[in-house]
Design a protein around this ligand. Structure first.
Ligand code: R5P
Length: 311
């Protein structure tokens, strides 16, 4: 087995390789003067089971292209099996046509990965589970929930908890986390805009008064969804609001929005390499999912069960 990494999140790839007690495959990703990407693998991978780690986070198009070119290089070097390890799968939010004459970019990315030569995909908290079905190659979708649940039990386990989904679409994810927290009660933020142009109204389904709320979501991007939900929960009498989010995309002014929000703390994973601003923020804490991904890789290589990781 070999672990190779692109440039998107080297610390995570190193931690995964460390968990598996393997060195990272010696490879270089270089740029031509016009920014074309060039990948060169400096060791023999013929007949190897290779896992290439590359979250397709910002800059998403560069990181995606680097992954595709890395897979192509591995295929042409006769790797036996290539698994694209994509801890954060960019373009996942474009998983259906929101209107006429629009693309389904998540499906396009799935096609590109397969065409490049990926034999398997390993990802974490895909925006929608059905993205697995966009691939005709085996696709494992890991969940950060066990890592988050352990942290919540350790830090907030003595409080009267309420797990909150920031929108109706996230209820399944929130319910799964609540189950791991001794069946904690569940609340939902229902965003409504009665007429176009009117501002959004947040209705909280469930009584959050006196509860320490745990907001759970897959992505924080601009931070708008979470910060607004946190304020609405505090207005309804929550004692505190902490957010556990798998993928800290944190674009633009998101870090300062979080810093100035009603959130007590934002906990993200290292699926995406945190920016300097996110690392410096007192309100943001990062949990590692390297052992989770490392263990899944070990099981894929050993052909043993990955799903039993979540029993
Ligand atoms: C949307 O369906 C996702 O689950 C997130 O809620 C969304 O991407 C968060 O975006 P933002 O932080 O920009 O509000």
């Amino acid at each position: 087995m070999k672990i190779m990494s692109g440039n998107s999140n080297l610390p995570l790839a190193r931690a995964i390789a460390g968990y598996l007690e393997l060195p990272l495959t010696d490879a270089a990703v270089r740029r031509f003067a016009d920014e074309e990407i060039f990948v060169e693998i400096h060791e023999n991978v013929r007949g190897e089971d290779v896992f290439i780690v590359q979250p397709t986070s910002y800059p998403v198009n560069d990181n995606l292209m680097e992954l595709l070119i890395g897979i192509d290089a591995l295929r042409r070097a006769s790797a036996k099996r290539i698994t694209a390890v994509i801890p954060y799968f960019g373009y996942a939010r474009q998983d259906r046509k929101p209107g006429p004459r629009t693309p389904i970019s998540a499906k396009l990315v799935a096609n590109l990965l397969t065409e490049a030569g990926a034999d398997r995909v390993l990802s974490v908290d895909l925006h929608a589970g059905q993205i697995q079905g966009f691939f005709d190659i085996p696709t494992d979708n890991l969940f950060a929930a066990p890592v988050m649940a352990a942290d919540i039990q350790a830090r907030y386990g003595d409080q009267s908890l309420m797990v909150v989904s920031p929108d109706v679409g996230g209820v399944v994810r929130a319910r799964a986390l609540a189950k791991r927290l001794d069946n904690a009660p569940l609340s939902i933020v229902d965003k409504r805009r009665d007429k176009p142009g009117q501002s959004e109204v947040m209705n909280i389904i469930g009584d959050v008064k006196g509860r320490a709320c745990i907001l759970i979501d897959d992505i924080i991007d601009s931070g708008g969804t979470l910060c607004n939900a946190a304020q609405a929960l505090m207005d309804e009498g929550a004692t505190s609001v902490t957010a556990y989010i798998t993928h800290g995309v944190l674009s633009g002014a998101a870090v300062s929005r979080v810093t100035n929000s009603a959130l007590k703390e934002l906990v993200i994973t290292d699926s995406i390499q945190a920016t300097e601003a996110a690392q410096q923020s007192d309100k943001i804490r990062i949990l590692t999912i390297a052992p989770l991904i490392g263990e899944a890789i070990r099981r894929i290589a050993d052909e043993s069960s990955v799903s039993s990781l979540f029993d």
